[in-house]
Each structure stands twice: as C-alpha cells, then as structure tokens.
Design a protein around this ligand. Structure first.
Ligand code: UT7
Length: 335
C-alpha cells in the first residue's frame, strides 16, 4: 500500500470480532496442579476459568479468526483493507505473524506488521493505526490483539499461573472526513520498573566452533512481582484517564463504559472508584477468560457490542497497562 494523502480528519469504528480456544481450565483444575483454591482465586482476582490454546490455536490462527469476524461485521471488500496491525508478545513466528494473517484473509493490498507492548499492546496498536488513518495515509485498518501466554506461564508458580489465559480480539476502523470518533489518547512507558513483569530470553551459551560462542534462542517464563504491578496499575491508570478527560474536555460522568485491560477485578473496581465511575459501567469478562494480555480489550469490546451493551455513539474510556512497564488510555465513541 502506498502512503497516498487522503483528505481525512477522523476515525470511525466499524466492526469487532474475537476468538478464544475451546479448552477450559477452571480454578478447580488449577488447584490440582498448584496449592491454591477456587475461593482464593475468585476473591483475589475475580477469575473463575480461562481458555488454553491447544495445537492449532496459535496467535496467527486466533488473530485470523478474530480479524475475519470483525471484517464480517463491516461490508468491506477485503481487498480495500490498507493496514493490519497485530499486537502480540507471543507471535507464532518471531519474524512477525501479521503477514500470515494478511495472507489467510486474502487482504493483499494491506501492509501488515506486529507490534509488541505486552498488555498495553492493543491500545498502542489502535493508537498507531489511528494515526495512519488520521494522517491521511490509509483508509481502512484491522487492529488485532492476540496472545498465547499459556506457553510462557510457569505452571508451578501459583502467584502468577492463576491469572493468564489465551485469546484474540480485533477491531475494524475506517478514516472519515466529516467527524472523529477517536476523541483522544495518551501513552506512557517506564522501563526503569520493567523488572516487575517480564519474559526474558534464555541466553543459553553454546559454541559454533572453538572460541566462537553464540546464544541459543528461546525464552524463559513469565516473572512477575504481583504486588508491585497491582500498585502501579491502581496508581497510574486513574491518573492517565483523568488527564485524558481534562485534555478532551470530557468528564467521567459522560463515560458510558470503562473498559480496562482485564487483569484483576480488584484493579477494575479500584480504578472505577477513583474515577467515580459506577460498577455497572465497568465492563468485565475476567471471570471467563482471565488476563489474555493484548487480547483483553478487544475481546471484551466485541462481547459487549454483540450483546448490545455497547451501542452506537456510546463513549468508552479505555486503558491498557502492564509489562514494560507501559500504559495508555484512549477515549472513543463507538460507531
Ligand atoms: O497484565 C498485568 C499482569 N499482572 C497483574 O495484573 C498482577 C497484578 N497483581 C495481582 O493481581 C495480585 O497481586 C495477585 C492476584 C497476583 C496476588 O494477590 P495479592 O492479594 O497481591 O496476594 P499476595 O501476593 O500479597 O499474597 C498473599 C498471600 C501470600 O501468602 P502469605 O505470604 O501471606 O502467607 C501468598 O503466598 O497469598 C498467597 N498466594 C496464594 N494463595 C493461594 C499467592 N498466590 C496464591 C494462590 N493461591 N494462587
């Protein structure tokens, strides 16, 4: 796709889709593996079960299914899609999974690439794609969040393995020239606190020939300081959203839905309380899926759109946060 200058000013939200693997891992089943209980997990996190990928449910397949479902909600000819951005930290191919999704969709006119920002990834990808649209380079984009953290969870670590699940979600967005439903955004990174949550490479030293070393590829497992990540989220997310409300001249009363990265029900409730957003406006599907990393926001959005909770012109305040540390917020109007 060439970057042709169109006369565009805004973004419109046209479709949503999602996909989760069939395999269900309940709290009861996890407690057969590590020393925990359904009661502990539910009361500390709000999670009851999560989906786990099996063979065939990798990020490319899950992202493709979510993207196809989002495109089906529009009346787009697939050849008119200009851009596909896949947010993931667990690609099926380290060189990028978005190109495989482009090929499977038959979206041959789209440029497609991956973007990595862990649990903030979908929001960062949505903001990135929106800038191409608002800048007048591209007209139609698919933004996907898909992750398969089950492959990198330490299934013997009860402090972290209870949180995560697999899945994918996607939005179809289009440039407009007479209104803008992407009302504002903000993004932050603090690499100095990165050690609170990471998934480092293994760096196993090996040798090619005598005196010439190389490092074998491969990754270790998720390492998390849960308490620090919790404190970071409940402090920074209200601040970034509050600043965004100020910047866009919206108030939290005007928000129809608070859609946060689904990490822990206690984080969702604490952020809602700080912003004085009532519980009935806080979207949550944590109980069914746990934390699916880059997939949580579009997975939740798709569910709320398909069951008619989110309606045309509803105002959604959304925020992603997690490893990096990274966090971001966006204010959007659906439609
Ligand atoms: O996308 C971002 C991803 N990360 C997050 O969102 C993490 C945010 N943090 C959290 O959600 C919470 O910190 C956790 C759910 C991870 C942990 O909850 P907590 O209330 O902060 O528990 P804690 O780490 O303070 O541990 C309290 C106790 C400890 O026992 P002692 O030392 O007080 O005897 C833990 O050993 O709970 C114990 N514990 C468990 N017990 C049963 C920790 N994990 C478990 C478990 N089952 N799964």
């Amino acid at each position: 796709m060439e970057g042709i200058k169109f006369n565009q000013i805004g973004v419109s939200f046209k479709g949503s889709g999602s996909y989760v693997p069939d395999q269900i891992l309940t709290n009861e089943k996890i407690s057969q593996k590590v020393d925990t209980s359904d009661e502990w997990i539910k009361s500390r996190t709000g999670i009851s079960e999560r989906r786990i990928s099996s063979l065939g449910d990798n990020v490319t397949e899950m992202g493709y299914a979510a993207a196809l479902s989002a495109i089906e909600m529009t009346n787009w000819d697939i050849k008119t899609i200009d851009l596909i951005v896949l947010a993931t930290s667990t690609p099926h191919d380290l060189f990028g999974s978005a190109p495989s999704i482009q090929a499977k969709l038959g979206a041959y006119n789209a440029v497609a690439f991956d973007l990595t920002a862990a649990c903030s990834g979908f929001l960062f990808a949505l903001i990135t794609a929106s800038q191409f649209l608002k800048g007048g380079s591209f007209k139609r984009a698919i933004v996907i969040g898909a992750d398969q953290l089950s492959s990198f969870v330490d299934w013997n670590d009860r402090r972290s393995c209870i949180l995560f699940g697999d899945g994918a979600g996607a939005l179809a967005i289009e440039a407009t020239n007479d209104f803008d439903n992407f009302l504002g955004f903000d993004m932050r990174t603090d690499g100095a606190r990165g050690s609170f949550l990471n998934l480092p490479s293994k760096d196993n030293k090996d040798s090619i020939i005598d005196n010439i070393d190389f490092l074998n590829g491969g990754f270790s497992q998720i390492q998390m300081n849960g308490q620090e990540v919790y404190k970071f989220a409940v402090r920074e997310v209200p601040i970034i959203l509050d600043n965004l409300f100020r910047k866009t001249n919206y108030s939290s009363d005007e928000v129809d839905w608070l859609l946060l990265h689904q990490a822990n029900q206690r984080i969702l409730d604490a952020v809602g309380d700080r912003l004085k957003i009532p519980r009935e406006k806080i979207l949550s599907n944590l109980a069914k899926y746990g934390n699916t990393s880059a997939a949580t926001i579009p997975l939740m959005m798709d569910e709320a759109i398909r069951n008619n909770r989110i309606q045309q012109n509803d105002i959604i305040a959304t925020s992603g946060f997690g490893a990096g540390l990274s966090w971001g917020a966006a204010l959007i109007k659906w439609g």
